[in-house]
Design a protein around this ligand. Structure first.
Ligand code: PLP
Length: 388
């Protein structure tokens, strides 16, 4: 009897890993979202850099709806022409038409595949990563992430080496001693979780040089900083270097889970080398195509650069701000400790979503079609809070 009563009272709970704000978002349009009480918010966060062309973008909704009415999914043993269209468009817009596309489902999975691909090709084991890097939470991706708290004992490996981010000499010294054992070097063009830290041109150029000299592969993690967010398709493009593998996810599907790796012609596939059940399904490709079409039609990379530059210039004028970092619409605003409350004030007093990075950086990762009016709305609210 007791057992039965206990059983009836038990309901399945969510595995409680996320500290949640007491807000339920029910609608969105462009860079605006509304909660269940009808309160409007300005979305300067894009759900962690995911919303690239705006919430419920009309072209996106139409393309996904049309596709869903035809077929949503079939797996990778039949031809899926949408994948070919996506590869063609991505190659063109990213200026890498000679590269090859492998589709998967998340940023971590993209990085995981990049590491495997490099290791298959040069038969080596060492991955070079950098301090404060974030590359995801699956096995190798988390091993290459500089956060011991999220690395489980089973993920600990001597195969990942961390060097200081941005330190050209440390990189050259490491390669001089160990270069022949390095399989790949992975680096974000702008570190996101690490606090919006831009990788310098000389640093990225040295990675290219070392990889070429020692037969290692350059993996450009573009999961957060890529896909046009900085005004160039890949943030690494600012240094005018080519990576061997670009990994991408977040903005790629505007909220639909889709990810990919763009692979240099140096690397050749063989049947069975990589694989996935869901990757590259019809709906995912329709979402990714809708994003690229919208980016192209409305020149969204240029908008990200223009509105981003405007925000950066205006933010730099604010005396309380310690530093403004980033490019385009990937912006970090470093505040002093006594202003640590500003992020919560933006949300609860001014109804603006932003992101954060430890210890005290506000991260802006809005949709690439953020309007100047919405940028001004953010600037006005931010200044008002700082001056109160
Ligand atoms: C630079 C970078 N790489 C990889 C990832 C992992 O992506 P996902 O959460 O889609 O696995 C993230 C996620 O925040 C990221 O910022």
């Amino acid at each position: 009897m007791g057992l039965k009563a206990d059983f009836l009272l038990t309901i399945m709970k969510l595995f409680d890993v996320y500290p949640l704000n007491d807000i339920e978002i029910v609608n969105g349009q462009g860079s605006l979202i509304w909660d269940s009480n009808g309160q409007e918010y300005l979305d300067m966060y894009g759900g962690h850099a995911v919303i690239s062309i705006g919430h419920t973008n009309a072209h996106y909704v139409q393309r996904l709806t049309n596709q869903l009415n035809k077929i949503g999914f079939y797996s990778n043993f039949i031809k899926i022409p949408l994948q070919v269209q996506l590869a063609e468009k991505l190659g063109k817009i990213s200026g890498r038409e000679d590269y090859q596309l492998f589709l998967c489902n998340s940023g971590a999975e993209a990085n995981e595949n990049a590491f495997k691909l490099a290791s298959f090709a040069n038969k080596r084991k060492i991955i070079v990563s950098f301090t404060k890097a974030f590359h995801g939470r699956t096995s190798l991706a988390v091993s290459a992430t500089d956060n011991p708290k999220i690395i489980a004992p089973v993920n600990q490996t001597p195969n990942v080496v961390f060097l200081p981010f941005g330190d050209v000499m440390a990189l050259e010294n490491y390669f001089a001693e160990n270069g022949n054992r390095v399989s790949s070097v992975i680096v974000e063009g702008i570190q996101g979780v690490g606090g919006i830290q831009v990788a310098g041109d000389a640093f990225l150029q040295t990675i290219r040089k070392m990889c070429d000299a020692f037969g290692a592969y350059f993996i450009a993690d573009s999961v957060q900083c890529g896909y046009g967010r900085t005004g160039k398709f890949y943030a690494h493009d600012y240094a005018q270097v080519n990576a061997d593998i670009y990994t991408m996810a977040k903005g790629m599907g505007n909220g639909f889970p889709v990810a990919g790796i763009s692979i240099s012609p140096k690397l050749s596939p063989w049947y069975g080398m990589l694989g996935t059940t869901f990757g590259g399904n019809h709906l995912a490709c329709a979402a990714a195509l809708a994003v690229l079409e919208e980016m192209e039609t409305n020149n969204l990379m240029q908008n990200a650069l223009t509105v981003g530059n405007y925000l950066i210039t205006e933010l730099k004028k604010i005396p309380q701000v310690i530093e403004v970092r980033g490019r385009g619409l990937m912006i970090g605003i470093e505040l002093p400790q006594e202003l640590a409350h500003i992020k919560a004030d933006l949300l609860f007093k001014e109804h603006i979503f932003t992101g954060e990075a430890k210890p005290n950086v506000i991260r802006l990762l809005p949709a690439l079609n953020l309007s100047k009016a919405h940028a001004d709305r953010f600037l006005t609210a931010f200044s008002k809070l700082l001056n109160n």
